[in-house]
Design a protein around this ligand. Structure first.
Ligand code: PAF
Length: 279
């Protein structure tokens, strides 16, 4: 496994691989790696000849009051974990390599960035679209893999790829959960012991809501009940039941439904979602 922090090095390496007809799977990350990321790396190795993982804490996707300055920097632990996986290169660029012309960008997130996390984190998805576009420009992957936990991000990236007419194929990896159901996240380490014990209630309540919808319960009143149940433990930022492809309200024609939720437990923001077929 090579580690490379220079654009030209990685561009040269990838062009050698592509010259031999090899395909490249790419897993972009901000480090703080856990089993969720590692499952994406395993999937990458199944779908392409070469695997590239990037670790870059992207400043443009954090708002001023967010945790950019305190975001966990765990590069040496991350590299140790990745050593056990079939990774060819870990790309660890500096901000100057990613943004040589400064932080402003013409690449913006599309309509799917509106509302949900986009509503409460202004500019967040523009920052994500900007960095992912730039990483794709450098790595030129055949396929790139993102976690389903950041479901709106996944759709925003697919929409950006379509709008920019990029040839990369976007795949997603399932949410990886702790034994008690809590979705794995780099930010879970911010939770106190007591908060960590409460946190699985989020997935538990979303699962109850899914069952109610599947058994024909009224979506609006079931969602209201779930919101009330969540509010006993969390400050709920949003809880929405939407068409999983369009992020619009569900209709009789909706094939796949998504329940999307963001809550605060103390100062830690947790997100989770469930996707299922309309019964
Ligand atoms: O999901 C993440 O870790 C980040 O948003 C991403 C896609 C690596 C862009 O910085």
């Amino acid at each position: 496994m090579q580690v490379c922090s220079n654009n030209q090095q990685i561009i040269d390496l990838i062009s050698q691989w592509k010259g031999k007809g090899e395909t490249v799977a790419f897993v972009p990350t901000m480090g703080g790696l856990h089993d969720g990321h590692l499952s994406l790396v395993s999937k990458a190795a199944q779908v392409a000849d070469r695997v590239v993982v990037s670790i870059f804490i992207n400043p443009t996707q954090f708002s001023q009051n967010e945790d950019f300055d305190n975001y966990p920097e765990t590069l040496s632990d991350d590299l140790t974990l990745l050593e056990n996986y079939p990774v060819d290169v870990v790309f660890t660029p500096t901000a100057e390599q990613i943004y040589p012309k400064g932080l402003s960008s013409d690449v913006k997130a599309g309509s799917l960035a509106q509302g949900l996390c986009g509503g409460t984190r202004p500019g967040h998805f523009d920052g994500v679209a900007q960095v992912v576009y730039r990483l794709f420009e450098i790595v030129t992957p055949t396929v790139a893999i993102f976690g389903q936990k950041d479901y709106q991000q996944l759709l925003v990236i697919k929409q950006m790829v379509e709008a920019q007419v990029l040839s990369v194929k976007i795949l997603s990896g399932a949410i990886i959960r702790e034994n008690d159901g809590l979705a794995m996240s780099t930010r879970n380490q911010y939770l106190t012991k007591a908060q960590r014990q409460l946190a699985p209630e989020l997935y538990k309540q979303l699962s109850v809501l899914k069952q109610q919808i599947l058994s024909g319960g009224d979506v609006i009143s079931s969602t209201k009940h779930t919101q009330e149940a969540l509010e006993k433990h969390f400050k709920v930022e949003y809880l929405s039941v939407l068409d999983a492809n369009t992020l619009k309200s569900i209709t009789d024609n909706t094939a796949k439904i998504t329940i999307l939720c963001a809550v605060f437990l103390g100062s830690t923001r947790l997100i989770d979602n469930i996707i299922f077929n309309q019964g």
